[in-house]
Design a protein around this ligand. Structure first.
Ligand SMILES: [Ca+2]
Length: 378
């Protein structure tokens, strides 16, 4: 079957719960007839119950409850297909627009100004200008990194931002598989100073297990794009067996977490270990194959279809596209520490990105509304 479940752009309501933390029945977005659909629902229900029992029994006795997020205002609006959000040292931010290839500057007070267009971007489907990241050395080198779809691949480029405009891009990593779907696209510098890149399988599921493909991976590279020292295989690959990772965040113990879009059944939140194999395409969600690392949490694709991820207050905050909600997942010592809690369900449209801002709040992008919202915890 051709997989048309990508970021949940097609919505078919066939059941499922509207909220809460339990895995539930889910829709698929292919062209199955009702009989197939019914069978699939039953199978999915069985799988969901099994997965729920597995994760529930693994929880500690005194599970944490995450703080309650509140939207206290709109930082800025008027964006078209906003995707990436990077905070500059002065507390202002840069925003990338997927479809237009534009990058905009947003002051802490919310004043928006276009600073340039990234050349060579080829928007189509889920591809285009995706994640951006400010170099940890920005104060001296003024470098901005961007992940984008080009004519023949997905790639990472870097360019200067001198406070007024963008310089000419240099390539950092090329040859990441591209397609209309599953382009990955998140960029983040880790606490180790290296650049982490989330990729997708680009619709070719075998990419995820192929060590020679950059698709279906989390990559870890130096600021110039070479394999980072200490990578598990000496290549750029840091972890493999991913379908489409679009969220990266580190917790207080400098452990990496990633959100991943599932196919028809389970989206995933994973704690990422170097060299870890996360199972795709053999496994979607939790399974019993000991070669693979199971997710810390799963959701139906109707409840999540997750993109951006951020860490604050012992909690991971996961922006959901099709789910149109913000998930809070309490974590402790590298594991989930309670049930995920949903907020803002169906109130702000598709949520693309969430990032800790300089003012202590979280800035949350609504793709649907073209806005950045200010979220305060507690
Ligand atoms: Ca997996």
């Amino acid at each position: 079957m051709i997989d048309r479940k990508s970021e949940g752009d097609q919505i078919i309501t066939v059941g499922g719960f509207s909220g809460g933390s339990k895995a539930s029945l889910l829709s698929n977005e292919g062209g199955l007839d009702s009989e197939d659909l019914s069978m699939r629902k039953q199978l999915s229900a069985l799988a969901s119950v099994t997965a729920l029992l597995m994760v529930t029994t693994a929880l500690p006795a005194a599970a944490a409850v995450p703080p309650t997020p509140r939207i206290t205002g709109t930082v800025a609006s008027g964006f078209q297909s906003p995707w990436g959000l990077a905070i500059l040292p002065d507390g202002s931010a840069l925003v990338s627009e997927r479809d237009t290839a534009r990058i905009k500057h947003v002051t802490a007070a919310g004043v928006v100004r276009q600073i340039g267009t990234v050349p060579g971007v080829r928007h189509g489907g889920e591809g285009g200008l995706l994640g951006i990241a400010v170099a940890p050395t920005f104060g001296t080198d003024r470098l901005l990194y961007a992940y984008h779809t080009a004519s023949g691949d997905n790639r990472v480029v870097r360019m200067t931002y001198n406070g007024t405009s963008l310089g000419t891009p240099q390539t950092v990593v090329t040859g990441i598989p591209r397609a209309n779907i599953h382009n990955g696209g998140r960029l983040a510098f880790g606490p180790d100073g290296f650049l982490y890149i989330s990729t997708g399988d680009a619709g070719t599921t075998s990419n995820a297990q192929n060590p020679n493909s950059l698709g279906g991976k989390i990559l870890r590279v130096t600021p110039t794009g070479s394999p980072a020292p200490g990578n598990p295989s000496g290549t750029r690959v840091y972890s493999l067996g991913h379908r489409n990772v679009q969220g990266l965040a580190w917790d207080e113990g400098k452990r990496l977490w990633a959100s991943e879009l599932g196919q028809n059944t389970f989206d995933e939140l994973n704690q990422i270990r170097p060299g870890g194999n996360y199972g795709w395409p053999t496994c979607e969600g939790t399974c019993t194959d000991t070669r693979f690392i199971n997710p810390q949490a799963t959701w139906s694709t109707a409840q999540a279809s997750p993109s951006g991820l951020a860490f604050a207050s012992n909690t991971l905050w996961m922006a959901a596209l099709r789910g149109q909600r913000l998930w809070a997942i309490p974590i402790k010592d590298g594991a989930r520490d309670g049930s995920p809690v949903a907020s803002f369900t169906n109130q702000q449209g598709r949520l693309r990105t969430i990032t800790p801002a300089a003012d202590g709040s979280l800035w949350l992008i609504s793709e649907t509304n073209g806005t950045i919202l200010r979220v305060v915890l507690g």
